[in-house]
Design a binder for this molecule. Structure first.
Ligand code: TYD
Length: 140
């Protein structure tokens, strides 16, 4: 996978293989570069849903497709790229000030997100123009 300015990159988690079923684990500050303050997940997602459409002032996240697949469109204000998430071992690390959109969800998808901070609506840029201004000004 390509990375955007080193602020979006793939993270591969350990896997304990076993005939009884594989096991993957994640520890904050070890497998992901932050303390895990929050975990949330998306499920019952319609296949034609479009989610995301925001960036964050401070939040760092790692996003996984625990089951199924979806597309993550990434924009750092200058460069755009996209990633397909489909492997429960491989997460996408997304630093602050990255615009993201998610679509092309498979039926029954489960998306898990590890986040560096508790939920705070004030941390969101939900307006793309405001996000671009923030990127250009280098402000939080
Ligand atoms: P949002 O982050 O916009 O979801 P997505 O990026 O997956 O499209 O959040 C959707 C709604 O859920 C919004 O009203 C805020 C709320 N929410 C919480 O209350 N707590 C959370 O931890 C998250 C991630 C969202």
């Amino acid at each position: 996978m390509r990375s955007i300015n080193g602020v979006v990159r793939q993270i591969q988690l350990p896997q304990v293989r076993d005939p009884r079923g594989d096991l993957t684990f994640v520890e904050g500050n070890i497998h992901v570069p932050f303390n895990i303050a929050r975990v949330y997940y998306l499920y019952n997602v319609p296949v034609d849903a479009e989610r995301g459409g925001h960036a964050h002032r401070d939040l760092e996240q790692v996003v996984f497709a625990l089951s199924g697949s979806f597309r993550m469109k990434i924009d750092d204000g200058t460069n755009k790229t996209e990633y397909w998430l489909r492997d429960p071992r491989k997460g996408l690390y997304i630093n602050r000030l990255i615009w993201r959109e998610m679509d092309s969800f498979s039926q029954g998808v489960v998306c898990m997100v590890l986040a560096s901070h508790p939920y705070d609506e004030a941390d969101y840029y939900r307006n793309y123009d405001e996000f671009i201004v923030a990127v250009n000004e280098g402000i939080k």
